[in-house]
Design a protein around this ligand. Sequence first.
Ligand code: NAD
Ligand code: TDX
Length: 357
Amino acid sequence: MRTFKNIIVTGGAGFIGSNFIRYVFKNTDFEGRIINLDKLTYAGNAESLEDVRSEYPERYFFEHIDICDFDSVKDCMERYGADCIIHFAAESHVDRSIHGPADFIRTNINGTFTLLEVCRQVWGDRKDVLFHHVSTDEVFGSLGETGYFYETTPYDPRSPYSASKASSDHIVNAYHHTYGLNVTMSNCTNNYGQFQFPEKLIPVMLLNMLDEKPLPVYGDGMNIRDWLYVTDHCSGVWAVVCKGRIGETYNIGGENEWTNISLVNRMCEILAEKTGKETDYYKKLITYVKDRPGHDRRYAIKCDKIKSELGWNQSVTFDEGLNLTVDWYLSNSKWVESVRSGEYLKWVEKNYGGRNK
Ligand code: NAD
Ligand code: TDX
């Protein structure tokens, strides 16, 4: 079991990173400090961790830094004496990568490379340190009706997003094999839960239902995704960080496949139960729209390795997770509005000196 004193979490103001930081403080026996290193792009919202900031003022720190900025990352690592980096920061939305791939290449590839270079310089040959890289099942490509992605499945990325993540995975592995850097990696399926930016399927659908707007289902709605509740991803990452074998990759999955259209229908039912409206009131909003170019048909992951080696398991069922998620969005309309309107940028300006420009 590895222990660390000063962990840098990159992308800690994003959806999974913010849930991860909260998870580690509240659900593990970690006693050290966490430094949230984030550029605060449109997807980052430091306010998502306001509860953590006020509960752990001596142990939680925020650094407004771009992972592509070598000098600032190096200074941050040295100032805090970081002995672990858990790397979530990325451009993460496939649709955006189709419309504008440049940021994906810059952050996901050059940013990961920059972090690794800093680690190599600052850590040298130290073996009491760890670089954990958070990646995705999308690097494996697209499945037909049968089969699964294993850790050994050859990479076959097909969108600018997945190609940039695949590239970063290879660079991480290269730093392990070539320079002996202590690394671990995890590749996870689709996450959902609180604080997810309203550009991904579940929050888009939910917020459109509430606003009585069309529910845009791409193509024939029969694309399949494997869904995992975000805190189950967090516990998986933490298990790999603490116990995973150095140089190894672990798949993390929900074992919970849904076609997009069945999922949207299920969300209509859940919301109708909560609002007292007829299910059809929401279902009539479903609108089939033009498909995403190169839309991967099916993702499904086998995660036996993390289960048998590290004792990890999912703990939240899909119905529980969807109910928790819907309840959270219903009672956090202020967060939703601030993210949608850019109001949180004003908050950042007030709290972090207006550097989020
Ligand atoms: P997100 O888009 O919600 O958050 C990304 C965070 O990274 C934001 O806080 C943003 O400000 C920050 N960031 C972006 N560019 C940066 C830069 N240059 N320097 C510093 N910070 C920067 O993403 P997410 O959904 O939380 O995903 C986190 C990680 O998990 C990503 O690496 C993603 O590839 C991976 N992943 C996501 C999912 C999913 O379903 N969302 C599934 C598997 C893996
Ligand atoms: O409005 C929509 N309508 C729709 O039909 C949106 C936003 C999505 N979709 C479809 C496309 C996908 O088949 O729903 C599915 C899920 O789409 P996204 O939420 O955009 O996720 P996906 O493209 O599967 O990628 C996600 O999972 C893997 C994350 O965004 C990635 O960061 C992660 O690596």
